[in-house]
Design a protein around this ligand. Structure first.
Ligand SMILES: [Fe+2]
Ligand SMILES: [Fe+2]
Ligand SMILES: [Fe+2]
Length: 422
């Protein structure tokens, strides 16, 4: 019997926002740095504690609507040539229905609105929240920082670049607030510190919020989209695995809470794929040895990401051991069957079933009958747990129904996004 223990929101968002920036070392900790800069500016501008909390939350999530590495890289130019509102709108569309993020959806939606001599007080006829102006400025300050060289020597040039866009790009009063914080060396040391998570913890902006299982489930659903929407070929994968794994766990005899934990583990099992470039995810042919090595790393990365969150031990094991095999020939830990928890064995079956029935860049998805034969073969070879496979085979129609039902729901959400940004 596995019990669910409360998860700290602060820990979860810190770790997840770090993982969004894994894919490119130039972007590492972008979200956390922006959060740190934005909070200092918001404090200097005398915003209330509640506004600072919202700005902080919006900062750690602000670019969740950016899916491709190409677009991420374009955003690292101080003056943007492409339309930045598309990813901001995508971010808004992704989180607007999540109750706990209701206050920050609009901040994310407008985080690239230029001040434009005051015209930027509203956008498309809607008032732009003050937090959006704070994040817009903080985001551009972060982009101007060269992470390779000493920080204090950059202070004057960055301040000058920001001032030159006062009133055109940025709200003048916000630029004043920035100049006030920028005059203190500690601001620059905080922002460039490798242990930025610690600095953020000290700010105590999310210290006491804990998530129950349904709140964690909601955030895991959001993250499944961030993981999957990077490629149209995997756009529904984690959602499908989550649905299949949760039903299969129920058939195996898991309790209702354990099934919910399986659903969360399914949503997060490929979180390490955030560190795999889209070009590899979408390659329309077999991967080279080097590309496959990079791909193999994703489960190790999932294990590390989830492992740094307190009370996620069980969910982590169920999620991150999904490429282990009963005969010990899986990866990356080469665990033997007896050491692979039953939840992870359920996940492995669910992952294979979901993956082979989906279309991929180089092949069409298999029929349920073909998938059935493949699962049987993998159980016979001691790759998958034969008892779990035989339960899955007895209910293959039901498993396929929950997979397609959930995946068609997700397809609708995916189609609502600005896909030309992908
Ligand atoms: Fe952005
Ligand atoms: Fe950004
Ligand atoms: Fe995987």
């Amino acid at each position: 019997m596995f019990l669910f223990k409360m998860i700290k929101l602060k820990e979860l968002l810190t770790v997840f926002s770090k993982s969004m920036d894994y894919v490119d070392s130039a972007l590492s900790n972008h979200h956390l740095r922006v959060a740190c800069i934005a909070d200092d500016i918001a404090a200097a501008y005398n915003l209330s504690r509640q506004e600072r909390v919202n700005i902080f939350l919006a900062s750690v999530l602000h670019d969740i609507g950016v899916f491709s590495l190409k677009e991420k890289r374009e955003l690292t130019h101080y003056e943007l040539s492409s339309n930045p509102h598309l990813h901001a709108e995508n971010g808004y569309l992704l989180i607007r229905d999540f109750k706990m993020f209701a206050d920050i959806a609009h901040i994310i939606r407008y985080h690239h609105v230029p001040w434009d001599n005051g015209m930027g007080q509203s956008f498309g006829g809607v008032e732009v929240p003050i937090g959006a102006h704070v994040i817009h400025l903080a985001d551009r300050v972060e982009i101007l920082i060269n992470k390779e060289i000493e920080i204090l020597g950059q202070k004057d040039a960055i301040s000058k670049a920001i001032c030159s866009k006062s009133d055109s790009l940025f709200m003048p009063a916000m630029v004043e607030a920035f100049l006030e914080v920028a005059s203190r060396e500690c601001f620059w040391f905080d922002v460039s510190a490798p242990e930025i998570d610690k600095t953020i913890e000290l700010k105590g902006l999310m210290s006491d919020v804990e998530l129950d299982i349904s709140e964690l489930a909601a955030i895991s659903r959001l993250y499944s989209h961030i993981i999957d929407f990077r490629s149209r070929f995997t756009a529904m994968h984690s959602a499908g695995v989550s649905a299949v794994a949760s039903l299969l766990a129920q058939l195996v005899g898991f309790s209702a809470v354990e099934c919910q934990m399986m659903s969360i583990a399914g949503n997060l099992h490929d979180i390490g794929k955030l560190s795999v470039p889209t070009e590899i995810l979408e390659k329309p042919a077999k991967l080279t040895v080097e590309e496959f090595n990079i791909m193999k790393r994703h489960v190790y990365q999932s294990y590390r990401v989830l492992g740094s969150i307190e009370n996620m031990e069980t969910i982590n094991a169920w999620a991150s051991f999904h490429h282990e095999r009963i005969d010990g020939n899986g990866y990356p830990f080469h665990l033997l069957g007896k050491d692979i928890p039953i939840g992870a064995r359920i996940m492995a079956v669910s992952d294979v079933f979901t993956a082979v029935t989906e279309d991929r860049p180089y092949r069409k998805g298999m029929s349920v009958e073909e998938a059935l034969r493949l699962l049987q073969g993998m159980a016979a070879q001691n790759a998958l747990d034969s008892e779990i496979v035989s339960i899955a085979l007895s209910y293959i129609g039901e498993l396929n129904d929950v997979r397609t039902a959930l995946q068609s729901k997700v397809v609708n959400e995916y189609c609502n996004l600005n896909l030309n940004t992908l």
